[in-house]
Design a protein around this ligand. Structure first.
Ligand code: ADP
Length: 455
């Protein structure tokens, strides 16, 4: 039996044994450390492949579909023979290096060259990587024959985390270190986000629960026979329960939106109707705060491909914020229009005030030449300092973080919900704000064909 098309040149049996053993060791370590399934599969495949080749009799040259880059002539005789392992290294899916006992890289695969950003063969490992622990592990493996696992991270220019398996390869009279780089960045960043999210969510829930238990205690004690105090405390309890309810509703909304975020909607929705309904729903609250809401539109209808329920949630969250952060006597303008091309839409949606700070929180993935419908909600509130703009759609982010502000504001999830919904619609989300003048939040979505309603 032979493995068709795998090998380009005859390979000594000892080399196959060395690679199979190294892959098996890496696989065992990966299994023990509860590693990623795809890494386990990749290592299993590599172990099986070399194992099959080992037991399929003497390997012989066959046509090779995998092209192996030429390895520059290494300095020593032994390194020259180590380079015969290059085809195997190249075939491995994870970034892999083979380093001789002098610290010279005698073989590498494409993934390693991409991740570690080098091109030439025969470089010193220390010229590619500066982490002393990795250099020591590579040297150690080829000297004492012990497998090591080293973790390292880079903070700049981008955050990266790697777990490196460094396994010895004994081959003829020579020894080398096989280094497999397992990229753990996504796993670690996702874990951290999940932990932060849980910590934030628990913290947000803890505040109303603590208030409630204090209120219950007071009601059962000092305020038991005081009718006026009882009424006041019951009112406060209702507020805290309401706060918890909103938080839970927003958390559930966010998780529902995220589940479907990769599936763009396919129904039609009219942004004018949506904006009018959202404005009507906020009318009583706005009146209570002395704020006027005005809906301004260029056409009777502006159709987009969208989920009507979710887009209503977007309009409501933006109008709700505009009313909430407005001063009494202020007015909120909800404007709906359309523009030819992404840049023109972005200009009309969120580049209106010459002195304002602005940022795009999400760029549409629809082709830039399409026609876009925008919804812009402007208020005359205090405005948002420039340094806070990039964080606006982060979960639980609030510009003012003191307790009073938390009580006054909402859950800190409103804009995160807007961003995820707009992302599902492959649309854009931007904000411009000027201290003392106000803020304008805008979304823009690709127009549905035949979507204009006529002016
Ligand atoms: P919240 O529920 O706290 O309003 P959001 O996610 O909707 O949460 O908004 C995040 C933060 O952004 C708010 O806490 C507030 O500090 C700021 N913000 C949002 N909209 C406005 C606005 N129209 N004017 C001023 N600040 C705003």
């Amino acid at each position: 039996m032979r493995v068709p098309g795998m090998f380009q040149m005859p390979v000594p049996r000892a080399a196959l044994v060395a690679i199979a053993v190294s892959c098996a060791v890496a696989l065992a370590l990966e299994l023990v450390s509860g590693g990623e399934p795809w890494t386990v599969v990749a290592l299993l495949a590599a172990t099986l492949t070399t194992g099959v080749a080992l037991f399929s009799g003497p390997s012989r040259p066959v046509a090779a579909p995998i092209s192996v880059p030429e390895v520059a002539p290494p300095p020593s005789e032994s390194a020259k023979s180590l380079t015969e392992l290059a085809p195997f290294i190249e075939a491995l899916p994870e970034a892999t290096l083979l380093v001789d006992r002098n610290g010279r890289v005698v073989a590498s695969n494409r993934e390693a060259r991409r991740q570690l950003q080098f091109e030439a063969q025969g470089l010193r490992l220390s010229a590619i990587l500066r982490h002393p622990e990795i250099l020591d592990a590579a040297h150690g493996a080829s000297v004492d024959g012990i497998t090591r696992v080293v973790e390292y991270e880079n903070a700049a220019p981008v955050e990266e985390h790697f777990r490196v398996y460094v396994a010895p390869i004994a081959w003829g009279d020579d020894t080398a270190a096989l280094m497999i780089f397992h990229d753990q960045t996504t796993h670690i960043v996702t874990e951290r986000m999940r932990a932060d999210f849980l910590a934030n969510a628990s913290h947000e829930l803890k505040t109303p629960v603590t208030s409630l238990s204090l209120l219950i205690e007071t009601l059962g004690g000092a305020a038991r026979d005081d009718v006026t105090a009882r009424e006041r405390f019951l009112g406060l309890m209702e507020q805290q329960v309401d706060r918890m309810r909103r938080l839970i509703d927003d958390l559930l909304s966010l998780s529902k939106i995220e589940i479907n975020e990769h599936v763009p909607p396919n129904e039609r929705a009219d942004m004018v109707l949506i904006a009018r309904e959202a404005a009507d729903a906020m009318a009583t609250v706005a009146k209570g705060r002395g704020v006027k809401i005005q809906v301004v539109t260029e056409a009777a209808a502006h159709q987009v491909i969208g989920d009507r329920f979710q887009l209503t949630q977007v309009a409501q969250n933006l109008i709700d914020n505009a009313v909430k952060y407005s001063l009494a006597g202020g007015s909120v303008v909800v404007e709906i229009g359309a523009a030819e091309g992404r840049e023109a839409a972005a200009d009309r949606a969120a580049r209106q005030w010459s002195e304002a700070s602005r940022i795009s929180l999400l760029t549409p993935s629809a082709p830039g030449s399409r026609r876009f419908v925008y919804l812009r909600v402007t208020d005359q509130g205090p405005g948002i300092p420039r340094r806070h703009l990039p964080r606006l759609s982060e979960r639980f982010f609030r510009v003012e973080r003191d307790q009073q502000a938390v009580e006054r504001s909402g859950t800190g999830l409103g804009l995160a919900i807007v961003k995820h919904i707009v992302n599902r619609h492959r649309g854009g989300f931007a904000v411009e704000s000027e201290l003392g003048r106000g803020s304008a939040f805008a979304i823009y979505l690709e127009e549905a064909r035949g979507g204009g309603g006529g002016a």
